[in-house]
Design a protein around this ligand. Structure first.
Ligand code: ATP
Ligand code: MG
Length: 160
């Protein structure tokens, strides 16, 4: 299934905007023009992005949450979900994709959830030939970055 990420994001945007507004957070959306299409399952992509955005909104009290999609120089499609939230301590970063892992038990008690979200995200990204990485700084924010390799891209617009 060839997916245009711009169209996919636009379908979930109204709900995300509402959630951000409720928390008093700014929502930054930056989607490059002429993105390559990617060969992925649309529903799974939606699940990945929704999960990451839910986290970004949940673990951010002030500032903003962002979605950025661009074509990297390498030709890879890069999806970034970023926030200006609490961040994740460096020594916990290696574990956050494990099932049931939650940063700071005390923090988690206040937020509900099960600790499965990122394990599912990682599995879905792997299944579709992508890679996910995370960059975070406590007190500053977090950025999850997903890459889909160029060989999984099709520049639909150029071909037409
Ligand atoms: P669930 O997603 O199952 O409802 P959860 O959000 O606790 O529960 P994960 O989504 O797997 O579980 O996230 C694991 C932990 O990583 C979270 O408990 C949270 O502490 C931390 N985390 C995830 N995303 C962020 C983020 N954007 N900013 C700060 N911490 C985060
Ligand atoms: Mg979660």
């Amino acid at each position: 299934e060839w997916i245009d990420m711009r169209e996919m994001i636009e379908t979930i945007l109204p709900r995300v905007e509402l959630q951000a507004k409720k928390k008093g957070l700014q929502l930054k959306v930056d989607i490059q023009d002429n993105l390559p299409l990617i060969n992925v399952d649309g529903l799974r992509m939606e699940q990945i992005v929704t999960n990451l955005l839910d986290n970004a909104l949940r673990y951010t009290d002030h500032g903003w949450v962002g979605i950025r999609i661009e074509r990297a120089r390498s030709g890879d499609l890069m999806i970034s979900i970023e926030d200006s939230g609490k961040g994740i301590p460096e020594d916990e970063l290696p574990y956050i994709f494990e099932r049931f892992y939650r940063v700071e038990k005390s923090r988690s008690r206040d937020f509900g959830g099960t600790g499965l979200g990122l394990a599912i995200v990682k599995q879905l990204v792997d299944m579709q030939g992508g890679t996910i990485s995370v960059f975070s700084e406590v007190g500053k924010g977090t950025r999850f970055q997903i890459l889909f390799p160029a060989n999984q891209n099709r520049d639909g617009r150029e071909e037409q």
